[in-house]
Design a protein around this ligand. Structure first.
Ligand SMILES: *[C@@H]1O[C@H](CO)[C@@H](O)[C@H](O)[C@H]1NC(C)=O
Ligand SMILES: *[C@@H]1O[C@H](CO)[C@@H](O)[C@H](O)[C@H]1NC(C)=O
Ligand SMILES: *[C@@H]1O[C@H](CO)[C@@H](O)[C@H](O)[C@H]1NC(C)=O
Ligand SMILES: *[C@@H]1O[C@H](CO)[C@@H](O)[C@H](O)[C@H]1NC(C)=O
Ligand SMILES: [Ca+2]
Length: 412
């Protein structure tokens, strides 16, 4: 007994050391029952319980539409769907919130079919429909709620909430309540399988894209739904070529810096938890001054890695204890994938050394508008992206760019 107590206290000291400030695992709202990003980075793995869906006749589509660059494509036939099995974890009994981004290219079909509680459908080119059912009483039908604000060939952020205490059922579109009714207090079945795209007892099949599906076991407020939308991954920030940069908020510009610059860093803390730097070097194959990215330095807490043009990764990870390590590195073809998580925010970085292309995805709410550097502040507004290191917003791209040069670095 004594020995166990001693062991626990040692671990306790270790994990409460200041280096443990950065959390490895994301923390989500405790009422979240499932979060399926449904994009190239996260496939169809639930980020809460780490279970996978079963996919049939669908593809990952990485074409940019608006500010979303990745989703799952459904082909509008009976063989094109994803089945998410519940072992009880995605079961809803009382209140719920269901959220999803849908980009319909067809005219009708089930977007989310929750076997025990609620369905979201496209029922006409511009119509979305919410149907609530209680599988405890199959004969009981509650009025469907519709909206004619759905836009075909665009991303629509669709939501449904039901509050057991008030009996209120609401249909949301792009963050606003578009229809609601009171159906009294009902209980749902204790089965929670979800199907996206096609169901057996209906001849309508969803055609189009889907991404960022979220399920909560309570009715979120309108403000919380706007926050929840920020969990959806937007198009990555990009550094490529001469360098041409595109910020997290989609502002594109060119900037010829040389040596090390801050691309992204934590601006929430005066002592940043993380920083991503790029080394720009002059090209020797052109006469005019053109630079390109030759290395990326990713630092999280005490851990620091550098990736070069040969995709070789070096750094201090191996010298650190496991709890001091935060950076995941994997290789896929000619790409180095780097990811790390701080608070509720995950950064997914891709580096193609030979092509000098770097991209960065951010997903989470804690750093919304709270990062800074050449890739902007990630608050959804491209106008304020030229914020300099002193906090002022510049109109001049060179003044902005130079403000993010790392002082006292030597480059050849
Ligand atoms: C699915 O569609 C194919 C082709 O239209 C058809 O042959 C098949 O019977 C259908 N299967 C089901 C289960 O409806
Ligand atoms: C409610 O919506 C479902 C799914 O689209 C449909 O099958 C059903 O007929 C609708 N019910 C009514 C009463 O319109
Ligand atoms: C709300 O849904 C009902 C039922 O489908 C529909 O008749 C009504 O027109 C909808 N209201 C709005 C504002 O779209
Ligand atoms: C990488 O960046 C961190 C700060 O983010 C810095 O402390 C470290 O010295 C850099 N490493 C190299 C080799 O430049
Ligand atoms: Ca911005």
């Amino acid at each position: 007994m004594l020995r166990i107590l001693v062991l626990i206290s040692v671990v306790g000291i270790a994990i409460s050391s200041p280096k443990e400030k950065v959390l490895q695992k994301r923390s989500y709202d405790p009422s979240m029952r499932g979060f399926w990003p449904m994009n190239a980075d996260h496939t169809i793995m639930d980020q809460i319980y780490y279970t996978y869906g079963f996919e049939y006749g669908v593809t990952v589509d990485n074409t940019q539409h608006g500010n979303i660059c990745s989703g799952y494509r459904f082909y509008g036939n009976n063989g094109s769907y994803i089945y998410f099995h519940s072992d009880g974890q995605i079961t809803i009994q009382y209140s719920f919130t269901l959220l999803v981004y849908a980009y319909p290219t067809g005219v009708a079909g089930p977007i989310i079919y929750g076997s025990g509680s609620a369905d979201l459908w496209q029922t006409a080119a511009n119509q979305a429909l919410l149907r609530i059912r209680s599988q405890r009483d199959m004969s009981a039908y509650y009025p469907n709620l519709t909206t004619n604000g759905l836009v075909q060939n665009e991303w629509n952020f669709i939501g449904a909430t039901y509050d057991y205490n008030s009996g209120e059922e609401k249909l949301y579109l792009n963050g606003a309540v578009v229809n609601s009714t009171n159906i009294g207090s009902i209980e749902f079945a204790r089965v929670g399988n979800i199907v996206v795209g096609a169901v057996t007892d209906d001849a309508r099949y969803y055609k189009g894209l889907v991404t960022c599906m979220q399920l909560y076991d309570r009715a979120l407020s309108p403000d919380e739904i706007i926050e929840a939308e920020k969990l959806c991954t937007k198009c990555p920030a990009v550094v490529r070529g001469d360098p041409h940069l595109t910020t997290f908020d989609g502002r594109a510009y060119s900037f010829q810096g040389t040596c090390w610059y801050t691309l992204v860093k934590d601006c929430l803390n005066t002592n940043p938890e993380f920083e991503i730097r790029a080394n720009f070097a002059p090209r020797d194959d052109v006469d005019v001054l053109k630079t390109r990215t030759v290395a990326i330095n990713v630092t999280v807490g005490e851990e620091s890695i550098i990736v070069d043009t040969h995709n070789t990764v070096s750094g201090n990870s191996n010298d650190l204890k496991f709890w001091e390590r935060h950076i995941d590195v994997s290789f896929n073809d000619n790409t180095v994938m780097i990811s790390f998580t701080v608070k509720d925010t995950t950064f997914t970085l891709r580096w193609k050394g030979r092509k000098h292309i770097f991209t960065a995805d951010v997903s989470g709410t804690a750093y919304h508008g709270k990062v800074c550097g050449l890739l902007g502040n990630a608050d959804g507004d491209s106008h304020n992206d030229f914020m300099m290191s002193d906090g002022k917003v510049s109109k001049d791209v060179n003044e902005f760019g130079e403000s993010w040069k790392v002082a006292d670095m030597r480059c050849e």
